[in-house]
Design a protein around this ligand. Structure first.
Ligand code: JHZ
Ligand code: SAH
Ligand code: ZN
Length: 406
């Protein structure tokens, strides 16, 4: 297998085994025909890109029944308002009729703020069900996959962009070279590219291996972003850590030489060296940490199962598909998973087929234990789940370590 960035020979350093589509919540008549692929990460010694060996076709993951609706989290709405304000202040301020392009705009969680401020904008969102939510709110959205052809079309129809934005999208697109080339064509000579994604340094440090699933074909670091976008004349000029999604990084890039480079970039590149993100041994250790985490979580759930405790999952996240399948946790361990997303409710989780039920089923009859699959939203969730704790309910978490919270 060749590296998706620099074409060096790469190989997997571990396997999570057969995995279904992470957001492929399904009805029981679909169990027989469920699609599986091997989830196996690798790391390129040359350009340092952490990547999947195999990724299902984009159309299998992103379509008219896509299950992730960004605006479901109140905290993320606040986060994306702050992101939009940051762009308006730092990039757009003082520009004449600026144009903002967002890749993977989903239900409009970020672009809504540009629309409200009267800024010319366009979202590219291939999953038509979520794109339609944005459109119904007057947010300009094209329901297509972003690629080089589309970049040319946007250029012809809207002109060059002052800002190209993407959150939790760039790491989903496998042909990173053509995407970077397309963005480089689209950006004005003083334009800015900003994207944020789960950060490799956090994932390694916290053993949050549930960030690894079909959609996340890459887990970026400053080192790999410098390499991959540098090939197309885009320079990393700043890096801004984010607490969202369990530890993300916002990368700020610009046409080479057009902007000063912040000291933050060198600091982070050095930190990544010190953390050993370029070393094979780091990934061997990560594999052992994943195995230990899996064994510990299975033991806890088997113990609770043997003592007939009620355990319910909280948040049918994409990440939970990696956990349940890798740790082989099924309905015998987890009675159901509570989730507020209507399209997931009444269905079963991918692979392990745990029922997904509306939040009210959880709150009406609290279980003894709740396994926090949406651990990245812990603050928002703990704030609203005082009642569960008051009834004696206990949280089980597995990041950064497997633990029953007292
Ligand atoms: P959440 C998705 O990941 C997929 P997921 C994707 N690949 C990605 O990178 C990120 O998003 C951006 C529910 N919930 O945000 C709603 C409650 O039930 O961790 C969601 O189904 N009650 C694009 O799926 C899920 O949990 C609550 O109070 O891992 C959260 O999913 C809250 C806050 C959430 O993303
Ligand atoms: N930005 C939002 C949504 C992230 S979900 C947030 O951070 O919450 C990832 C989105 O990227 C999905 O809605 C998916 O349909 C979209 N996507 C996947 N491949 C894409 C591509 N090639 N071009 C544009 N969007 C894409
Ligand atoms: Zn490489």
């Amino acid at each position: 297998m060749l590296c998706r960035v620099c074409q060096s020979e790469i190989s997997q350093f571990m396997s999570f085994g057969d995995m279904p589509i992470a957001n492929g919540f399904l009805t029981d008549d679909r169990f027989e025909s469920e699609y599986f692929f091997e989830l196996a990460p690798s790391f390129c010694n040359r350009c340092n890109m952490f990547q999947l060996i195999e990724q299902p076709e984009p159309e299998r993951m992103f379509h008219e029944n896509y299950a992730f609706f960004s605006s479901i989290s109140r905290y993320m709405q606040i986060h994306f308002k702050a992101f939009a304000d940051f762009v308006m202040e730092r990039v757009l301020d003082g520009r004449n009729d600026p144009f903002v392009l967002e890749l993977g705009s989903n239900d409009g969680i970020m672009l809504r703020n540009f629309k409200d401020a009267g800024v010319r904008h366009l979202g590219i969102e291939p999953s038509s069900n979520v794109a339609n939510v944005a459109r119904s709110q007057g947010i300009q959205t094209l329901s297509e996959f972003f690629n080089l052809d589309l970049a040319e079309r946007v250029l012809r129809e809207h002109g060059q962009a002052d800002a190209v934005l993407a959150a939790n999208v760039m790491c989903h697109i496998p042909d990173i070279n053509t995407i970077a080339a397309g963005i480089a064509r689209l950006l004005k000579s003083d334009g800015i590219l900003m994207f944020e994604d789960p950060y490799l340094g956090d994932m390694i440090e916290k053993t949050s291996y549930d960030q690894i699933y079909d959609e996340h074909v890459f887990i970026f670091s400053a080192t790999s972003v410098t390499w991959s976008f540098g090939q197309h004349g885009l320079e990393l000029i700043d890096v801004i850590p984010q607490i969202t999604h369990g530890g993300s990084m916002r990368y700020v890039l610009a046409p080479e030489g057009s902007h000063p480079v912040s000291q933050n970039v060198n600091d982070l590149l050095e930190k990544e060296q010190a953390q050993g993100l370029h070393r094979k041994e780091t990934y061997d250790q990560f594999r052992r940490n994943c195995e230990a985490s899996r064994d510990a979580l299975r033991s806890v759930l088997e113990l609770l199962q043997n003592s007939s405790k009620r355990v319910v999952g909280y948040g049918a996240t994409s990440k939970s598909t990696t956990i349940t399948n890798y740790c082989e946790l099924g309905p015998e361990h987890i009675e159901f998973i509570s989730d507020t997303t209507p399209i997931k409710q009444g269905k079963y989780t991918p692979g392990m087929h745990i029922p997904v039920k509306p939040y009210e089923v959880f709150s009406r009859n609290y279980p003894e234990y709740a396994l926090l699959f949406a651990w990245n939203h812990a603050q928002e969730i703990f704030e609203k789940e005082e009642g569960f704790k008051k009834q004696g309910g206990k949280w089980i978490t597995y990041v950064p370590k497997v633990e029953i919270l007292e």
